[in-house]
Ligand binder design. Structure first.
Ligand SMILES: Nc1ncnc2c1ncn2[C@@H]1O[C@H](COP(=O)(O)OP(=O)(O)O)[C@@H](O)[C@H]1O
Ligand SMILES: [Mg+2]
Length: 253
């Protein structure tokens, strides 16, 4: 890869209790590109992506060895600043999960936690985040309505805007379209294409067409192991590993 690397996992292992879920996962994620993580369900894609911003910390009996480098520093170092890591590496989940509050308060939540409070500053964050998430035109003038009154697709774009509001460097998407209709899905896919200009993106998807459409690089996961990583075109047209080819051509999964 001739790219600047933003995130790198080195020999990452993860256990849930006695059960090993990730095995020696070594991956480099280039800056300002979209890297897709694909594989059949239950193959530790979410487990892996959660490692990137230490979301697995929240799971009891979850143990991790190896390194996850972000900007050259291991985020699992004992003195790593988890709050800063989660600010810099945002995450969008499978099911839109806006807070049960107004659109405005959803977006303002993160900046407020990080000490931004003036109305002028918050208004500015509001507009830039909602614009960048392609939602501004649909909600301008009604920021005080409940986020729960938005459609599913709008809620997911709100969650993306909420992530952008704290100015991250990386955005992790875990199957962000699997609860959405095709039109909302297309909007999110277009948005991901826009966002990579300013952010590094990792997206988990079980939808191979989606991976082919949105990503620059693709990593194929099978039973906790990263089988193959390459340019998306190469992975889909000329995979090196037999199991990648079998999956891509629909022989299993
Ligand atoms: N919190 C957890 N505790 C124990 N096992 C888990 C937990 N989360 C996931 N697993 C197990 O890890 C494996 C991979 O799950 P997951 O990462 O969600 O797969 P994927 O996202 O590829 O569908 C599954 O066998 C699942 O049951
Ligand atoms: Mg998953």
């Amino acid at each position: 890869m001739n790219e600047d690397i933003e995130i790198e996992s080195r020999d990452l292992n993860l256990w849930y209790g006695d059960v090993q879920a990730l095995k020696n996962v070594t991956i480099a994620v280039p800056e300002n590109k979209v890297t897709a993580v694909i594989g059949p369900s239950g193959r530790c894609k979410s487990t892996f992506i959660r490692c990137i911003n230490r979301m697995n910390d929240l799971i009891k009996d979850c143990r991790i060895t190896g390194e996850l480098l972000f900007g050259g520093r291991n985020i699992y170092d004992r003195d790593a600043d988890v709050v800063a890591i989660r600010k810099n590496i945002g995450m969008v989940f499978q099911k839109p999960n806006p807070f049960p509050m107004s659109i405005y308060d959803n977006i303002a939540y993160g900046p407020r936690v990080h000490g931004i409070s003036g109305k002028h500053k918050l208004d500015e964050v509001m507009e830039t985040s909602l614009m960048a998430a392609a939602l501004w035109d649909e909600v301008e003038g009604k920021l005080d309505i409940s986020a729960l009154d938005l459609s599913g697709g709008q809620q997911q774009r709100l969650c993306i805007a909420r992530t952008l509001a704290v100015k991250p460097e990386v955005i992790l998407f875990d199957e962000p379209c699997s609860a959405l209709d095709p039109i909302s899905t297309a909007k999110i896919e277009d948005l991901i294409g826009e966002l990579k200009r300013d952010y590094t993106i990792v997206i988990v998807t079980h939808n191979m067409q989606q991976a082919a459409r949105v990503s620059d690089y693709t990593a194929f996961f099978l039973i906790g192991e990263m089988i193959e990583l390459g340019k998306t075109k190469q992975i889909f047209e000329n995979p090196e590993k037999k199991s990648t080819e079998d999956y891509i051509t629909g022989r299993f999964g």
